[in-house]
Design a protein around this ligand. Sequence first.
Ligand SMILES: Nc1ncnc2c1ncn2[C@@H]1O[C@H](COP(=O)(O)OP(=O)(O)OP(=O)(O)O)[C@@H](O)[C@H]1O
Length: 289
Amino acid sequence: MSIKIENLFYTYQPGTPFETHALKDVNIEIEDGEFLAVIGHTGSGKSTLIQHLNGLIKPTQGKICIDGSELWTKNTSIKTVRSKVGLVFQYPEHQLFEETVLKDVSFGPSNLGISQDEVEKRAQESLNVVNLDFEAIKDKSPFDLSGGQKRRVAIAGVLAMKPSYLVLDEPTAGLDPKSRDEILEQIKYLHEKLKITIILVSHSMDDVAKYADRILVMHKSEVKMLGTPQEVFKQHKELQMIGLDIPTVTKLLYKLKEKGLNVNTDIINTIEAKDEIVRVLMKGSVTNA
Ligand SMILES: Nc1ncnc2c1ncn2[C@@H]1O[C@H](COP(=O)(O)OP(=O)(O)OP(=O)(O)O)[C@@H](O)[C@H]1O
């Protein structure tokens, strides 16, 4: 059981002046039970990547298999995929629209063809999992809740579908530090106790290092690194050197060459010298997906 992504490319608005290659040749496998964090600068392709996982967007090229079933083929129903892979968007509370919390959390499961009792049972369980008191909150309007509570109600709505994979796009964005820690601890609980596979997009290296089994680093639409937090951090320290000025990078290029590494010194004193440093440092030390 796993999510397998092969040769995935995605282009927004192809053939127009606004054409953007948001994903280029992404190949990764996410194992059942794993906690994978996805990090990268803004615009690096993180959201585009995760929206492919539950069939929200269709690849321009390449394929995605969920537990062996290939998406976008006639044998795989999108409805089944969406119940297996739950997606929590950035600012999910903006999608709360029912009059009561209970109705909102019940919305997803009530479309699964299960009994009303089962729907309510799932809503109750999911609200408990995200630390909200079912009786106290079920009849409240979602609009009367705090920011952190709204976020938890939105996550409960996805959990009520009983997904095997939970994909969260920056679930802590805009929250205060206390609410952020609470949400991350709840995600940890879902992973450890309920054995849900977690795919978490985050901007915070510190947060992901604490919780993730592996970290996927996206950079300019490509997978830059994929490894354990230790591997990625070791590399990240080295990569911080690209923030250095060009004369320093130039000195570094020569030093690396002296060490016997295969370095192209023809590009000294250019901006490309920084890319060369990255290439040399990256080579061989981290699994490139
Ligand atoms: N609907 C769209 N139409 C055109 N281009 C888009 C669209 N959505 C995203 N893009 C572009 O695709 C690239 C990848 O965007 P994406 O949102 O996947 O990045 P991201 O890493 O999730 O960024 P952020 O951290 O800011 O959410 C960016 O260049 C972005 O401007």
